[in-house]
Ligand binder design. Structure first.
Ligand code: S3P
Length: 449
């Protein structure tokens, strides 16, 4: 699929229902498998990645039925998961494969996990190492002669007894690895603890606690203590709020093109996910938070952008802020391309091991639009070009949904029509992206090929 984008000729306007948060959706599905009671999930997104987790749940013995707007998931409980008849295809989804590693590490059967070409290049040693320290048996494939890492396919288990509790300090800020260890900790005797170097998304902590897991958090340390626990998780349901990472593209569009009013109701504003909004505020962009409320364990708000494109200024994104904005850094780079001055992103080496090497692909994409973007080992440096439009471009996304969508936003402020090739991957997180941008008044269309 290709995306064709024209420069925006007027301010954007409208209300868009952003699909359910991808990270929360994965967890709603996978954690419901562990529930002793049926769980109603409202607002699950329609992205292919969440679909992979849904299929994994059914392969492991869960049943998923539609009931009006909700999905009802009948899980197996903690100890009656079924051995999958075949390997589980995790597609493009790093969260599916890494969370599943933790979920099946303590099972008495073996599970094979594999994925698409991009997932088959992604590092798994980070999850294998702590799970192996807990006694899990995991084998993967060597990542290539020079690399010391391990990539999918992975085979996990069978476990011969309870796992061993560990006290683990994560070498990198990764919510997926943290979550895998916590899930395995449900199958360990004693206190399994994870300390993280930065504030990664804490949906697993919130949602497992909501289901009654024996979980406590103290600063950067999360612990599961199974001593004396009745091994029962249960809950009525989850409401999956709008995905701030998908909303980020439309917010960027509204800020760069100007907006009469762009309103995105019910977006997750969990502080571990709002680095993007904080970076925008530091750049002089304004996003109003209206109607704040709670959706189960997650805080949500309506996000509203109004007014002409502001005069944005460059900023520095580093440390905890880089962790809290990690998935939004490609689109923040596009915003930086329209800001006065030089924006620096540091402490974001994790970008190298996302769906693509996002330091390389973000810089290549911006350069195609005539913007100077210098890669650094742990980030990049963008020279803003606020005084004249970007140069219209034809770009490839390198199979990465967030690069494709960021490029489409750049196309809105270019000096002519732009084309994004190889954009099928948008469906992994936000199949309705082009339609939503069109609904706001953006001239974007998709075409096969
Ligand atoms: C995710 C965690 C992050 C993020 C990814 C989703 C999650 O990855 O980039 O898109 O749902 O836990 P890491 O855990 O690799 O940091």
């Amino acid at each position: 699929m290709k995306l064709f984008v024209e420069p925006a000729s007027h301010p954007l306007s409208g209300t868009i229902a952003i699909p359910g948060d991808k990270s929360i959706g994965h967890r709603a599905l996978l954690f419901s498998l562990l529930s002793a009671t049926p769980v109603r999930v409202l607002g699950l997104g329609d992205g292919a990645d969440n679909g992979r987790s849904a299929r994994a749940v059914t392969q492991l013995g869960g049943a998923i039925a539609r009931d009006g707007a909700a999905l009802v998931i009948r899980g197996s409980g903690l100890d009656a998961m079924r051995p999958p008849a075949a390997g589980i295809d995790c597609g493009n989804s790093g969260t599916t494969i890494r969370l599943l590693c933790g979920l099946v590490a303590g099972q008495r059967f073996a599970t094979t996990l594999f994925g698409d070409e991009s997932l088959s290049r992604r590092p798994m040693q980070r999850v294998i190492e702590p799970l192996a320290a807990m006694g899990a048996v995991i084998t993967g494939s060597p990542a290539g002669e020079a690399a010391r890492d391990v990539v999918p396919p992975l085979t996990i288990g069978p476990a011969t007894g309870p796992l061993t509790a560990i006290d683990y300090t994560l070498p990198m800020a990764s919510a997926q690895v943290k979550s895998a260890i916590l899930l395995a900790g449900l199958y360990a005797d004693g206190v399994t603890a994870v300390t993280e170097p930065g504030p990664t998304r804490d949906h697993s902590e919130r949602m497992l606690a909501y289901l009654g897991a024996p979980l406590t958090t103290a600063g950067r340390r999360v612990a599961i203590d199974t001593r004396g626990w009745n091994r029962r998780l249960a809950g009525d349901g989850f409401e999956v709020p709008g995905d701030p990472s998908s909303a980020a593209f439309l917010i960027a569009a509204a800020l760069l093109a100007g907006a009469r009013e762009v309103r995105l109701p019910g977006i997750c504003v969990n502080p571990t996910r709002t680095g993007f909004l904080d970076a925008i505020a530091a750049m002089g962009g304004s996003v109003e938070h209206a109607a704040p409320r709670d959706a189960g364990p997650e805080p949500v708000a309506d996000l509203v952008v109004r007014g002409p494109a502001p005069g944005l200024r460059a900023t520095e994104i580093a440390g905890d802020l880089a962790v809290r904005a990690i998935d939004e850094l490609p689109v923040l780079a596009v915003i930086a391309a329209r800001a006065h001055g030089t924006t620096t992103v540091r402490d974001a080496g994790e970008l190298r091991v996302k769906e693509s090497d996002r330091i390389a692909t973000t810089c290549a994409m911006l350069r195609a639009f005539g913007v100077s973007c210098e890669p650094r080992p742990d980030g990049f440096v963008v020279e803003g070009r606020p005084d004249r439009p970007l140069a219209a471009a034809r770009v490839a996304s390198d199979g990465d949904h967030r690069i494709a969508m960021a490029a489409a936003i750049a196309g809105l402020v270019a000096d002519g029509p732009s084309q994004i090739d190889d954009a099928d991957n948008v469906a992994t997180s936000y199949p309705g992206f082009a339609a939503a941008l069109r609904q706001l008044g953006g001239a974007i269309r998709d075409a096969a090929g």
